[in-house]
Design a protein around this ligand. Sequence first.
Ligand code: ZN
Ligand code: ZN
Length: 646
Amino acid sequence: MADIALSARGGEIKSFPAGITVEAALKELVSGKERKRTLAVRVNGAMVDLSASLAADGDLEPITADMAEGLELLRHSAAHVMAHAVVVLFGNDVKVAIGPSTSDGFYYDFDLGESFTPDDFERIEARMQELVDGAAPFVRREVSSAEAIALFEARGQQYKVELLREIGAETVSLYTVGDFVDLCRGPHLPHAGWLKAVKLTRLAGAYWRGDEKNPMLQRIYGTAFFDVKDLKKYLLQLEEAKKRDHRKLGKDLELFTIQEQIGPGLILWQPKGALLRKLIEDYWKDEHYRHDYELLYTPHIAKIDLWKTSGHLDFYGENMFSSIDIEDVSYQLKPMNCPFHIGIYKTRKRSYREFPIRWCELGTVYRFEKTGALHGLMRVRGFTQDDAHIFCRPDQLEEEIYNILDLNLQVLQTFGFAEYDVYLSTRPEKYVGSDDHWDKATEALKLALEKKGLAYEVDPGEGVFYGPKIDIKIRDVLGRAWQCSTIQVDFNLPERFAIGYTGEDGREHQPIMIHRALMGSLERFFGVLIEHYAGAFPMWLAPVQVRIMNITDAQLDYVDEVYRKLRVAGVRVEKDNRNEKLNYKIREAQLAKIPYMVIVGDNEKASGQVTVRLRDGKNLAPMTVDEMVAQINAESAASMGPVAAA
Ligand SMILES: [Zn+2]
Ligand SMILES: [Zn+2]
């Protein structure tokens, strides 16, 4: 048999008989230590199992347990092992669909007459453990498509048959682990013994292939790690995330509500949520004023022709709701604010002298999302963008991007977010505008990011068709990333709406337009804030800063007096003068996460002072109402993030 030349990670090239397995070749090419951590290899552009035999020359890249791809492989393999356990426990009535890995684990979709319950998880996990203990191997074989179809048909696995017919390949690969045969490209773990830290986490419904016309399947989610310690850490975080779930806290703290009668994905801001939103909006407007922006207000609908001109109907139509007929003219709910700002731009001739023009709006837009995709405040159908459009000359672009980044970081830091993932997305395959414009704009974005000292990753080809963009994800207290800010250069809309300005040369030019949102959507940002702070908002954002509680009815008049004084001083205050035990009132105020609990008894009334208990249980020395107001104001200012407080 002919020899083949192999190396590992570009190292020394050695000669092997063709047909040698990856595992055997690795013995000669990498250290024993590395081999122990190797799960599969990438060779000539494809990932293959350790048991695969090699027929051609190549350089092997070991996929090891410490690589992201290694973790993916572990989790994907766990899905197979879970499917084995489900089939063993629930018999051949179970129809299996698909089971990929996800960003934090894996799932498998099953079709079964009866419903799984979380109680089944333990039984399934126990069955999985048997394969793990026995280090059951993943065995690959290649068969003809016809053979595979016959095999799955005989087992009543119609979903696999459907997939096979669609793939239409001549040969396919099947993997067997335990009693479970699956159609899969692979690769997988060499054996199930690697699955030492696996946990099934939750159940959900999912349509076959995500289409609601198809049968609803049961999805079992799980996660897997190489190390039990990592699994424990993840489960703790999951527990913590559950406690912080904004949907639960939003209900408990009476911040917002979503009701079937009103419609899914539509947010009602309750008084406390609305007050918090006012604080966010006031701060946002003041900061924009300081940064030389002007405020706009625009309507929620516009004639359909506007959306034809803007291109939204053609390029964004599937995200828009159906049109509304008014006096035989079609109107459209707005999915974006941009065309309205252009309308204001067009009210008169513009000169280079007034550039840059910076217009901002808290603009409420409506976008279609499937019911299944909606999620609390995070995915909704109507939301308010903290939008702005900047019109400028090409030579002003870099400075404008820098100014936006400056304001952007200040806003995020004020809300307590100091860690970001920044992405620069460059020219995609299909685009409008000249190459020269694209290159200069991309360079301007890069320079602004570097001047601001922001580390970023380039997403090649991921820009929007109309221009390059910067996206910023914030990291919350649990380390989760949330997409918020976006800064997009646009060569397209100015062209479509034929807007211009008179340049220094007296000639007509086309301005550059920048779209940007800092928080993104107020609704979503509110959801992130709730989870980041677990509902215990910093003093400057707390919708209620103080709750006053009396001990007996003898202090009712004094409660009112303190309440009035605080209200007049601008402190956000409420009173609890119900005829309840003090401990009960304190407990309720603590659950409501109110920063200051003011308790007044006969002593306080006689001395004209107040006693303050903090939400963490600490007590402050008695003080006058004026002293307390000063302290709240100081704490409020200090609780804004590091930049604003400086
Ligand atoms: Zn697989
Ligand atoms: Zn826009």
